[in-house]
Design a protein around this ligand. Structure first.
Ligand SMILES: NC(=O)c1ccc[n+]([C@@H]2O[C@H](COP(=O)([O-])OP(=O)(O)OC[C@H]3O[C@@H](n4cnc5c(N)ncnc54)[C@H](OP(=O)(O)O)[C@@H]3O)[C@@H](O)[C@H]2O)c1
Length: 315
């Protein structure tokens, strides 16, 4: 099968031909229609290259897929051949079950669900990591109707889902981006959009929210900038980082719950996400669709930043 993989530790991803996997007991073979691109893809490959994660080579990139069930291993009952599915592959060493490939193996009781009917199947590949993260961040943030969520890094993959899902719950989303304006973020449901190109707009935020905001979800800042944003969270509120920038101890001293969030994907979360999409409460903000052969370039672009929604790799 065609796949985009890294031949050796710290190598560059490239298009290559590799043997297709075969499903074992309780496993589903998926003919991949599209893979979703996430920063996690290159972060995992980098960690493996540094010897910080167990890996197999060639290391196939990718953790999100959408496709059709092509074959069933013994004992599988939840899925049938031809089902449209989306999710994440069987767990294993980094690169063993990557999704930038024509076929991938998923565990029937793992992170796989029927794809939402409301989206063209390739776009469902944009959902698993970013969408499950967004759903869980809102659960962790605990914000409800009329409350304010300060969202930093709002224009990227996770941010575009958080914005939509929060707005659908009548949460007031204050989006912080670098150069993505009111029109685009407002279309996703943001109540206000602020620009961080010259640094965190904390003064502006303090004036707009003198009593503070109920929750901060920060998808981008390092520890120092995160601490600045977290100062805007009111007593009893929550400040969450997806990039391990929170210092829970110092935040606790101000009665703010600090969280270094790590998503825990599962099939129920995936099914809830599909239901949100089918109910029209979230859709995919598409940044780019690229063919598999162009995936290495798309990964390089993602490393450089400037993500505007999701990139989907057509396999
Ligand atoms: N902990 C977890 O479980 C978990 C789960 C999912 C994702 N993540 C991590 O969360 C981060 C976001 O993921 P993603 O998929 O949304 O990434 P993404 O699609 O690459 O989007 C990141 C967005 O943040 C913006 N940004 C970067 N620095 C910024 C700043 N200082 N102020 C405002 N915006 C800024 C980027 O635009 P510009 O470059 O133009 O500023 C981009 O729009 C990644 O590091 C990812 O690895 C963690």
């Amino acid at each position: 099968m065609r796949a985009v993989a890294v031949a050796k530790p710290a190598g560059e991803p490239e298009l290559m031909r590799l043997p297709a996997p075969e499903p074992g007991p309780g496993e589903v073979l998926v003919k991949v229609v599209a893979a979703g691109l996430n920063p996690l893809d290159w972060k995992l490959a980098d960690a493996a290259g540094r010897g910080q994660a167990e890996a197999v080579y060639p290391l196939i990139y990718g953790v999100d897929f959408a496709g059709k069930v092509a074959a069933l291993g013994p004992g599988v009952t939840r899925f049938a051949e031809g089902d449209a599915v989306f999710g994440q592959p069987k767990q294993g060493a980094v690169g063993a079950y990557g999704t930038y490939a024509e076929y991938v193996i998923a565990a029937e009781d793992g992170v796989i669900a029927h794809a939402p009917a409301a989206l063209p199947l390739p776009l469902a590949a944009a959902l698993p990591t970013a969408g499950q993260t967004a759903m869980s961040l809102l659960d962790a943030g605990g914000v409800g109707p009329g409350q304010t969520l300060l969202l930093v890094g709002a224009a990227g993959g996770v941010g575009s889902f958080v914005t939509q899902l929060a707005a659908a719950r009548d949460v007031r989303v204050v989006a912080v981006t670098r150069g993505v304006g009111e029109t685009e973020m407002g279309a996703l449901g943001a109540a206000e959009t602020l620009d961080a190109q010259e640094g965190p707009p904390t003064e502006q935020l303090r004036e707009a929210f003198p009593d503070g905001v109920e929750a901060l979800v920060d998808l981008a800042s390092g520890a120092e900038q995160f601490a600045e944003y977290a100062m805007l969270v009111a007593d009893g509120g929550v400040a969450i980082s997806t990039v391990h920038s929170a210092d829970p101890q110092s935040l606790a001293a101000r009665s703010v719950e600090g969280v270094n969030f790590v998503v825990a994907p599962d099939a129920d979360l995936l099914a809830r996400l599909a239901a949100e999409v089918d109910a029209g409460r979230a859709t995919v903000r598409l940044d780019a669709q690229v063919p598999l052969a162009d995936a290495p370039d798309a990964v390089a672009r993602n490393r450089a930043g400037r993500a505007r929604g999701k990139t989907v790799i057509l396999v």
